[in-house]
Design a protein. Structure first.
Length: 604
């Protein structure tokens, strides 16, 4: 079965980076759209290759493209808002025109139903066709004629069937979707869901049309294919490459293609080598055809009959290990040399080994390394008696048990430390709406925050002047004041009245200019504060569940007790205690000598 090309990528269009949903929709549909917010005109009517474009709401309505996307832009007030997102997919070129259109429409419908958003799908075909007389010449300029793909542009906020807009779809945010929902469950990863959905839709359509082609969303590594993935070049770099200009991504792709070609050649060479080995080395002789004798008989008999490999002691000043085909000459009995010799035996595919010569230390060390490397006791022939073998086996078993106990103590200590951190976190008071509001206000857009601070300062100043003004009015109306004092108070009252009027005018001007911004900011802070409270509650619930799986202090004490009860640890502790007592005895003896010297010193 032929393996088709799979591509499904997601993108988000951020206003802060100069993106406009109106411009994106115009390109994908090949139309002229004016962005009312910026006044910019996007004209892609001369763009070729647009097969069809459909804007559809969750209720099935198909509004005007320019009007709808301008409403989407107007519904977001932040300068850094993500107003729309896109799913770009590559359509198998083997499908018919109707099949290509069905796959694009089905994918858009799945996104609408899953996230309750409006979708604007545009299917693009290659600008050139294969039957074009100047196909080869135009292909260098316009690219591969198999490049059938679809752009599915969808709103970042919910869209109701009547055309009104809701809140931002949190499940589409790759960062926010990692957090838990109010009910404690996690969101589906939008990228993984869309890739799986696109794979399913394409394979269903390919099977429906009877095509022996399938696509697979898994990576080369997960598919078990020894191949490097290429990087996405993009339209800008692709255009430069077609003009003969080198780009970083283009050069990287060329290197990846070269490496993949070399990997394929190496795989074919390895396959041919394996076939030759199976044919000439590992092929069992037929009963009526005895094996032919040749100059490689020793090696051939060794591989077929699986005779034990020989590890014999020689000693001397030569190399530590000398490979002599069916046997290894060992000149050193150190642990590293014995381990290296056993590894060579494994590489030679020796199923059994025989250890000869040398002293008892060499025999014990070689036997120990062979057992640690995976050789069974019955596959090792040596000069050790059964009791000596048993001692080595018991020592290695105790060492393995000791490593397990130390690991258990380490894991228990780490888990208990994590448990203490979680307990400290749970002892803290739950996040209140007031604290969450303060945190949400800190996350506010800096420009909006500046406007709101000015608004709050003017309100505070207005309140202060108002209070002073009313106090002055009461003093001025007091009949007990003299005319001079009353005149002075009247002057102060007039000044306060003027200041009060100025602040009121500034406040009114600020409200007229940025009133809607301040109102929206307050609403966003409230919504964000409510989200933070829900997130905090979900995190606390998750921590409460996690803490039950972590070790307690008793578990840590028990693990340490098991470790200290091990004979090797007890022996080490006894030796350390003996050394400590010996050091104390030496220090006490030094102090006594010093005291005796001081006492016996003659007086002058």
């Amino acid at each position: 079965m032929e393996k088709g090309f799979f591509h499904c990528s997601l993108a988000a269009f951020n206003r802060a980076k100069g993106s406009s949903s109106c411009g994106k929709a115009a390109y994908r549909a090949g139309e002229l759209i004016t962005d009312f917010r910026t006044g910019e005109i996007y004209d892609y009517r001369r763009k070729g290759g647009v097969e069809f474009a459909e804007l559809t709401l969750p209720g099935g309505q198909q509004p005007g493209r320019e009007e709808f996307w301008n409403q989407v832009e107007a519904s977001f007030s932040k300068a850094s808002a993500i107003t729309s997102r896109e799913c770009e997919v590559s359509i198998p070129h083997q499908l018919s025109v109707e099949g290509k259109n069905r796959t694009a429409r089905r994918m858009a419908e799945s996104i609408r139903k899953k996230y309750n958003v409006a979708t604007d799908v545009g299917r693009h075909r290659p600008i050139i066709k294969k039957d074009d007389p100047e196909y080869e010449k135009r292909q260098e300029k316009y690219g591969d004629q198999r490049n059938h793909h679809a752009h599915i542009l969808y709103s970042a906020c919910e869209v109701f069937p009547d055309g009104t807009f809701g809140k931002k779809v949190v499940a589409l945010d790759p960062i926010a979707c990692k957090k838990r929902q109010p009910d404690g469950t996690k969101f589906d990863d939008p990228a993984e869901w869309m890739r799986a959905t696109w794979e399913k839709i394409c394979n269903e359509e390919l099977e429906k049309e009877g095509l022996d082609v399938r696509i697979d969303r898994r990576s080369y590594k997960d598919q078990g294919i020894d191949r490097l993935p290429t990087v996405h070049v993009g339209p800008t770099a692709t255009g430069m490459e077609r003009q003969g200009k080198n780009t970083e991504r283009g050069q990287l792709n060329n290197q990846i293609i070269y490496i993949n070609t070399r990997l394929e050649q190496l795989a074919k060479a390895q396959q041919l080598l394996n076939e030759m080995e199976q044919k000439f080395l590992f092929k069992n002789p037929q009963p009526d055809q005895p094996p032919k004798k040749n100059k490689y008989k020793q090696t051939k008999d060794f591989l077929i009959e699986k005779k034990p490999g020989l590890l014999y002691w020689q000693g001397g000043d030569g190399p530590q290990i000398l490979d002599q085909g069916s046997k290894l000459q060992i000149n050193n009995s150190s642990a590293s040399t014995c381990k290296a010799a056993v590894q060579i035996a494994i590489q030679k595919r020796w199923k059994e080994i025989e250890i000869t010569g040398g002293d008892q230390q060499y025999q014990q060390e070689m036997y120990r390394q062979a057992r640690l490397s995976g050789y069974a006791a019955e596959d090792i022939t040596c000069e050790l008696i059964p009791d000596q073998r048993q001692q080595i086996e018991q020592a290695e078993a105790e060492a393995f048990r000791l490593s397990e106990l130390r690991l258990a103590v380490k894991v228990s200590a780490q888990g208990f430390a994590e448990r203490e951190k979680i307990e400290q976190r749970l002892q803290q008071e739950p996040l209140t709406i007031e604290t969450a509001t303060v945190i949400a206000a800190r996350e506010m857009d800096p420009s909006v925050k500046t406007i709101q601070q000015q608004y709050q300062q003017l309100k505070a100043e207005l309140k202060k002047i108002s209070k002073e003004y009313h106090n002055q009015i009461s003093l001025y109306n007091d009949k007990g004041f003299s005319k001079v004092i009353a005149f002075e108070e009247k002057r102060k009252t007039t000044e306060l009245a003027g200041r009060l009027e100025d602040v009121q005018d500034q406040l009114k001007e600020l409200s007229d200019q940025h009133g809607q911004v301040i109102k929206n900011a307050r609403q966003e802070v409230k919504q964000r504060a409510a989200e933070l409270v829900v997130i905090d509650k979900g995190e606390r619930n998750q921590l409460t569940e996690n803490i039950n799986d972590l070790p307690t202090k008793n578990d840590l004490i028990y693990a340490k007790h098991q470790l200290n009860s091990h004979p090797i640890i007890q022996k080490e502790n006894r030796e350390m205690e003996a050394q400590r007592q010996a050091m104390q005895a030496i220090q006490a003896q030094k102090r006594r000598r010093k005291s005796d010297d001081t006492y016996q010193r003659p007086s002058m």
